[in-house]
Ligand binder design. Structure first.
Ligand code: ZN
Length: 264
């Protein structure tokens, strides 16, 4: 196992439990925001140290709007993670990126509501978030064959899918992807000075770009199962491309502000 780099973080579906080379250990982490979705699983992926957190919990008990996002990011940072790949399932707003397509978004639009999305609950603090994703982590994935480079991911509150009108509105605005978990994960990473890149696996075409019934939950899970194997292979390659570096050379620090709680 290589120890020169810091541990990389992966936040994804519980399918990633089978991602590791061999033995793993489960680490319980306390945070000022309660427990994370699950104990953090630490082990080797392609010989590189990876800390994995199943976003929705070990038995998928958290829906997108109840995921303990602040605890999750804090727990990984407390373990020394400064770079996170965040694979996620998305609906596509572009017919050319159909089910099975892998897209690395470069922009985000927040349409969630009521989710705790900051560690700064007091004081006159602002966080630069013009470019929400780390360019170095993005490049590690967009350089791989077949990967779509760029696009705007709109994050909706869920658990319901979009109406046809909402979906058409998003598509006409030029957005590419719809998802329910990409926010506040990305901004919390920024506040903790963690490099972060979302890697989106398209499971369906969103309601506004299809005719007929629109998406069903069964279809989404079925499509995800079909593509999770190749998707994990791609994640494995991406990890190999960046794991030797301690940090991204030019990314840190992001915020230059001091958190109201002691940074882990
Ligand atoms: Zn970075």
């Amino acid at each position: 196992m290589h120890h020169n780099g810091r541990m990389l973080g992966v936040i994804g579906g519980s399918g990633f439990y089978t991602f590791f080379d061999s033995d793993t250990r489960a680490v319980d982490v306390d945070t000022p925001y309660g427990p994370p979705s699950a104990p953090v699983t630490v082990g080797a992926v392609g010989g590189h140290q990876v800390a994995f957190l199943p976003r929705h919990g070990a038995s998928h008990q958290f829906s997108a709007h109840t995921v303990p996002y602040r605890a999750n990011m804090w727990a990984l940072r407390k373990l020394g993670v400064r770079r996170i790949f965040a694979p996620c399932a998305v609906g596509s707003l572009k017919p050319e990126n159909g089910p099975g397509a892998i897209v690395v978004p470069d922009q985000l639009v927040d349409r969630t509501s009521g989710r705790p999305d900051t560690y700064f609950d007091s004081g006159g603090v602002h966080v630069d978030f013009a470019d929400p994703y780390c360019p170095a982590l993005r490049a590690a994935v967009t350089g791989l064959p077949g990967v779509v480079d760029g696009g705007t991911m709109v994050v909706i509150q869920g658990p319901r899918f979009s109406t046809r009108a909402e979906s058409q509105w998003f598509a006409s605005a030029g957005f590419s992807l719809v998802n329910m978990t990409g926010y506040p994960e990305a901004v919390l990473a920024r506040e903790l000075e963690i490099c972060y890149a979302a890697i989106a696996l398209v499971t369906d075409l969103d309601a506004g770009v299809t005719v007929g019934q629109g998406v069903t939950t069964v279809e989404v899970f079925a499509e995800f199962e079909k593509n999770i194997g190749p998707f994990k292979e791609l994640m494995r390659e991406a990890i190999g491309r960046v794991a030797g570096d301690r940090d991204c050379a030019h990314c840190l620090p992001h915020t230059g502000v001091t958190l109201p709680v002691e940074l882990p």
